[in-house]
Design a protein around this ligand. Structure first.
Ligand code: DX5
Ligand code: ZN
Length: 221
């Protein structure tokens, strides 16, 4: 599976967004990871429907919309997404996970189920057949700069083994949170292939974004 980088857009300098996107396009970035937070499912507000729409117009890079919202089944139609985009729904956020993932597929986009650190992956038995990806939170969600939850590394391997054993080899694994250069190596070895790049890697103060991208790419080879 191709190793892919998805910059966490909540970590970008909003005043330099246009040039940041140009750096992403120049460096073949795979997805723009958009953390949507409603202050209820996670203890923070962040990025919304207009931001997603505007970003879609501003760049050809596919979106990777991470819905950290309650009742996504009632709000997902506020968002614009299409073929090539990923949309992730937290298994903990809805009583209608299968229906919401189906909604994403019906719009031609790629469906991803997301798990917080303490959530078991058992539901994969019943949605493995309709998803394109699994998002494993490797920190407690809501803010950039959080520490890695160590037990999530083992969880990456558990998910990879489950998917491979049950005929879902094509399903990708995205990791999100404290994906530092060192952690990214471990996450890759554990089975991840899409890496959310935030303050721990490409938005560090001691590197340019481009240097961070190159370093992260090296770490996940
Ligand atoms: C956390 C966010 C992550 C975060 C990544 O809730 O989903 O995308 O911004 O940033 P770092 O690398 O600082 O964890
Ligand atoms: Zn995220």
């Amino acid at each position: 599976m191709k190793n892919q980088i998805a910059p966490s857009m909540m970590c970008t300098d909003i005043l330099k967004l246009k040039e940041t996107i140009e750096v992403f396009e120049k460096n073949d970035i795979d997805y723009l990871h958009i953390d949507v937070m409603d202050g209820k499912f996670v203890p923070n507000y962040c990025l919304g429907t207009d931001y997603c729409k505007r970003l879609k117009k501003a760049s050809k890079i596919p979106l990777d919309i991470h819905l950290m919202i309650s009742e996504p089944e009632n709000k997902i139609h506020y968002f614009e997404f299409s073929q090539g985009d990923y949309v992730s729904v937290h298994s903990e956020s809805t009583n209608h996970l299968q229906r919401t993932l189906n909604f994403i597929k019906a719009k031609g986009a790629k469906a991803m189920v997301a798990f917080n650190p303490a959530t078991d992956i058992a539901c994969l038995k019943y949605v493995g057949d309709i998803i394109d990806g699994v998002l494993i939170m490797t920190v407690n969600p809501g803010y950039a700069g959080q520490p890695l939850v160590e037990s999530c590394i083992k969880k990456i391997t558990e998910v990879r083994e489950f998917l491979d054993k049950n005929g879902f080899k094509h399903v990708e694994i995205e990791v999100d949170g404290n994906v530092s250069f060192e952690n990214a190596k471990r996450m890759k070895q554990a089975g991840a292939n899409i890496f959310v790049a935030g303050n721990s890697s490409i938005f560090r103060s001691d590197l340019t974004i481009e240097e961070g991208i190159h370093k992260l790419r090296e770490a996940i080879q």
